[in-house]
Design a protein. Structure first.
Length: 455
């Protein structure tokens, strides 16, 4: 009898689609990557610079990985591996490789720099966009790669890769048939679709030069719920309290960030709503003056008319849920995508301008779903511009939010076509009256209330 030896080709265990993400601790960094076959995965890292040839001579730490296997649905295969690099020093550059520790097969050497700490303030910048995949999105990616010295990490506010289209859709150009789904609860219109693994992997590969060098933070969008959210949840391990939750929070350089899922149930009484209100309340009681930035995929202050999301009953549930919460807990900025147009507001609450950028009394809302995708841009706005809409236009591009200090933020929008700034503004740290009323009622801090708003 002839015995056959099965050989696993090395290219099938080599890592691809590498991305970094923050955890709940700024002394950690998560690395995630894809392999065709199962491996004895790990990440090795050091504060000493090394190359593939000098790795054995460097003092190295090793963290083993866990994996999630694709394959429950037709057309998907392979393994998503993830490991956490721990005990990292603040403001330190680290070099790392991901791969198979048993076969000693590793990725190229990547590097990243840690932040100052969760509660230690240090100025920083991040770039932000939504709705990116297919179409002209590589124009945005190329501009980001050319300007990585201008920001510390990336935020992608949903609709990642647009891998919920079939090959037939892409070949025929039929990318409007299920675009801008209005469903926003679990088990939405696209949650049972299998998705397109080729499109998913090509996108993940295209952003690896960026996502392997900086944290690439995301939130879930309507084009990400295919495969019962499995592809999203396996590939993007955000710092949520459980794997089933697509909402989370983290701190970076003394600023607090909260990610909300508009693709899960979020109305009053839901698991997400209960988590969000408890989280905001606890945070604000301990941090009354800290910048607080929230983000999700779908906006509710917007005026784009092509997709009709911004009108009728579509935004009503979001408005009724988040508008009062953001005002109550002094959420400074909310960033979203979904509409393929750029728009930002003045500080606003209940459709009324509240204060100014110099003295905000309400949340500033930014919609930036213009990263570039199969569906194209939404070029038309409501001709009756509401008073709260400060600026709107339709260009491919991305925003850069600069946290200058503990009292000032600068925002700018960069066009992908020429990387020129087409919109910008400065804002001061605001104090919303509703928050101090809440503080007084719930903690009897009358003296603090009196000293702050001079009653």
């Amino acid at each position: 009898m002839t015995r056959c030896k099965i050989v696993v080709r090395s290219q099938n265990v080599l890592p691809n689609n590498v991305n970094l993400a923050f955890t709940t601790s700024q002394s950690e960094m998560r690395a995630t990557w894809y392999t065709v076959n199962q491996t004895v995965g790990a990440v090795r890292f050091s504060s000493q610079q090394f190359s593939a040839d000098t790795a054995d001579s460097v003092d190295m730490s090793l963290s083993p990985s866990t994996f999630t296997e694709y394959g429950e649905f037709p057309g998907w295969s392979g393994f998503v591996n993830t490991a956490v690099m721990s005990n990292l020093n603040a403001l330190q550059q680290y070099f790392y490789q991901v791969g198979d520790s048993q076969q000693n097969l590793w990725s190229p050497v990547y590097n990243f720099t840690t932040g100052a700490g969760a509660t230690t303030f240090k100025p920083f910048s991040f770039n932000v966009f939504g709705d990116m995949g297919g179409g002209d999105y590589m124009d945005t990616v190329h501009n980001l790669l050319e300007n990585t010295n201008r920001f510390d990490w990336t935020l992608h506010v949903g609709d990642i890769a647009y891998a919920d289209y079939s090959e037939k859709d892409l070949e025929s150009g039929n990318t409007k048939s299920h675009s801008h789904s209005h469903s926003h609860v679990e088990g939405g219109l696209q949650s049972g679709m299998l998705g397109n693994m080729t499109v998913w992997n090509e996108f993940m590969k295209s952003i690896t030069p960026l996502s392997s060098m900086q944290s690439y933070m995301v939130c879930i969008g309507n084009h990400d719920v295919f495969y019962n959210k499995s592809a999203y949840s396996a590939s993007w391990l955000m710092p949520s309290e459980s794997p089933a939750q697509t909402w989370y929070a983290f701190d970076y350089n003394g600023v607090h960030f909260v990610a909300i899922s508009t693709e899960n149930s979020y109305t009053y009484g839901s698991e997400q709503y209960t988590w969000l209100e408890n989280h905001l309340q606890q945070f604000r009681e301990s941090n009354p003056d800290t910048w607080l930035i929230a983000y999700a995929h779908r906006p509710f202050y917007c005026t784009s008319i092509i997709m009709q999301w911004c009108y009728g009953n579509h935004t009503g549930a979001l408005f009724n849920t988040y508008d009062p919460l953001f005002q109550k807990y002094n959420v400074d900025i909310f960033i979203a995508g979904h509409t393929h147009a750029y728009e930002r507001t003045y500080p606003v609450y209940e459709n009324k301008v509240m204060g100014s950028f110099e003295e905000p009394k309400g949340t500033v809302y930014i919609a930036v779903g213009v990263g570039g995708n199969w569906e194209g841009l939404d070029p038309l706005f409501d001709p009756f511009k509401p008073e709260w809409s400060a600026h709107r236009h339709t260009y491919l591009g991305y925003g850069i939010l600069n946290v200058v200090n503990q009292t000032h933020i600068n925002w700018e929008f960069n066009r992908a076509i020429d990387n020129k700034v087409s919109d910008s503004f400065w804002m001061n740290k605001g104090t919303f009256l509703n928050y101090y009323i809440y503080l007084y009622i719930n903690t009897n801090c009358f003296s603090q209330l009196n000293n702050t708003i001079n009653i």
